[in-house]
Write a protein that binds this ligand. Structure first.
Ligand code: CA
Length: 240
């Protein structure tokens, strides 16, 4: 992970420099481009390990860049971390639904930026294991919360928690990718709650019930204002 290549697509030089400085210091190999078209050309030539993508770009906006990269077989696997200004929550939701992996809002703390980047790269490294089915038992919060996907059992501090099918589905979906925000529509798409028809509003109701049942570990199911939910990790820095 240390020498992973990162492409920063950002048209504000001071912000690009700040990101480059902190990521290079972590040992990443960093390249900066200031336009969406240049970025598409560069990724076509040589795909980086991760792209930090600003949304407000002079020529082609970030969402369009994201859409094109995720539509192209050659580039769709490259993880994208959206960098957006506060108040662009609707665009963040669109970006994540287009396939972006996570986001950071400006102004960001360098610590949060580095943590998010490492989290995305770590997830890319662990992805093959998940595909072989070895992630059947998910352990979170340093083992305090265990989601046994195969047996449909959840334990909190070793105590079995009785969840509805929908609550289990939401928890499992979020727990598979700790630290990654998921929109309500993504949760609805992923969770098939038997006869239950989910809407944005009912997702919130189920999450509230889920948190209550999890007791002190319920706080790990974090609300990301204006965007959706994420499974918090005790070790992960958050900026909410
Ligand atoms: Ca910009």
């Amino acid at each position: 992970m240390a020498n992973a290549s990162i492409l920063i697509v950002e048209d504000e030089p001071e912000i690009a420099e700040l990101m480059q400085f902190h990521l290079a210091r972590e040992g990443f190999s960093v390249k900066v481009l200031a336009s969406g078209r240049e970025a598409l050309g560069q990724v076509d030539l040589s795909a980086p390990d991760l792209i930090l993508l600003d949304l407000m770009l002079p020529d082609l906006d970030g969402l369009e860049v994201c859409r094109r990269l995720k539509r192209n077989q050659q580039t769709r696997h490259v993880p994208i971390l959206i960098v957006s200004a506060k108040g662009e929550e609707a665009d963040i939701v669109t970006g994540i639904e287009l396939g972006a992996d996570d986001y950071v809002t400006k102004p960001f703390s360098p610590r949060v930026l580095v943590a998010r980047v490492k989290n995305v790269l770590r997830r890319m490294e662990t992805e093959p294991a998940e595909k072989t089915g070895r992630d059947d038992v998910l352990r979170l919060g340093e083992g305090a919360l265990v989601v046994d996907v195969g047996r449909h059992v959840v334990t909190a501090h070793g105590r079995t928690i009785d969840l509805t099918l929908t609550e289990f589905g939401i928890l499992q979906y979020l727990a598979k990718h700790p630290g990654f925000v998921r929109t309500r529509d993504q949760i609805i798409g992923a969770v098939h709650g038997g006869d239950t028809v989910l809407s944005s509003r009912t997702v919130d109701v189920h999450v509230t019930a889920l948190r209550r049942k999890l007791g002190d570990l319920g706080a790990m199911v974090q609300t990301v204002r204006g965007v959706g939910y994420r499974m918090g990790e005790l070790s992960l820095v958050t900026d909410e």
